[in-house]
Design a protein. Structure first.
Length: 253
């Protein structure tokens, strides 16, 4: 039997948010590859070999997946959320691009998943209802100056901004710096949503204003959504609010 490689998104965490396509593909796999906590989300079964690895080993992981598929194995590489959003799909194609020319003709498929920004947005309403962008706040793979430039220009263009990887032990100051910069570009009243561990037992979702936003509210599993100047709150009787961005933008801010 000829091998194949599927790069699959496991969604934000809850089992019911894994797509049937991903579940069916995992059931046919011989080899499962990914960052160890994501591999652990897939139930063990006989005949499935698990290759969990450390977070920073994306290209090695991609090359292993391609080698195994070339040997005839049925390989699934897993990412959280969607595999094409700051995750393994790009790493696999980078490995194909620079690797063994035979890898180009392998059966490679990307299976979409629910990205954290969509799961987080759905929890509080429709903040992504008009134009938006996603920025990875990690400066591991790009210079911090580039991140600041993109934040400033995104705010000036009045996009809603989804911030992935807001902080970690090794990157403790970046989110606070981002808030300082954004306060110079946007009204301090725009809503900021901290959505942590969405769809897990530890889920916590909180909306504050940009003036009140503090980096300490975030952790490694937080998606931070910064509203545009048009993003609105609908106050509710239970003290919680819906957050939404109207679908039209009438004037240039
Ligand atoms: C390396 S990125 C992977 C993104 C993933 N491919 C996706 O589409 O969601 C990891 C970041 O995604 C966000 N994230 C992942 N799962 C999340 C969840 N359940 N709740 C909130 N944010 C999450 C956090 O910002 C975290 O730092």
């Amino acid at each position: 039997m000829s091998g194949w490689l599927a790069i699959a998104g496991l969604g934000p965490g809850a089992a019911e948010l894994v797509t049937p396509e991903v579940t069916a593909t995992l059931a046919r796999a011989t080899d499962l590859i990914g960052y160890a906590p994501y591999v652990a989300r897939v139930p063990e079964r006989a005949g499935l070999i698990r290759h969990g690895s450390d977070n920073r080993e994306e290209l090695d992981r991609a090359a292993l997946a391609l080698r195994l598929a070339a040997e005839g194995k049925r390989v699934v590489v897993v990412s959280s959320g969607d595999p094409g959003v700051f995750a393994m799909a790009a790493a696999v194609f980078e490995a194909v691009d620079g690797g063994d020319p035979a890898w180009r003709d392998l059966d490679i498929r990307v299976l979409p998943g629910i990205s954290a920004m969509f799961a987080a947005a759905a929890r509080i309403g429709a903040p992504l209802g008009h134009d938006f962008c996603a920025i990875n706040l990690s400066d591991n793979l790009k210079p911090w100056e580039l991140i600041e430039r993109r934040l400033r220009l995104a705010a000036q263009a009045d996009f809603v901004i989804a911030l992935y990887n807001p902080l970690s032990k090794a990157r403790p100051w970046q989110l606070g710096r981002a808030f300082e910069l954004l306060r110079k570009e946007l009204p301090e009243t725009v809503p900021v949503v901290f959505a942590s561990a969405v769809s897990d037992a530890k889920e916590a979702v909180e909306t504050v204003t940009l003036r009140e936003a503090r980096a300490e509210r975030a952790n490694m599993r937080t998606l931070v959504l910064i509203g545009s100047s048009r993003t609105k709150l609908i106050e509710r009787g239970n003290g919680r609010s819906f957050v939404y961005t109207p679908r039209s933008a009438g004037v240039v801010p």
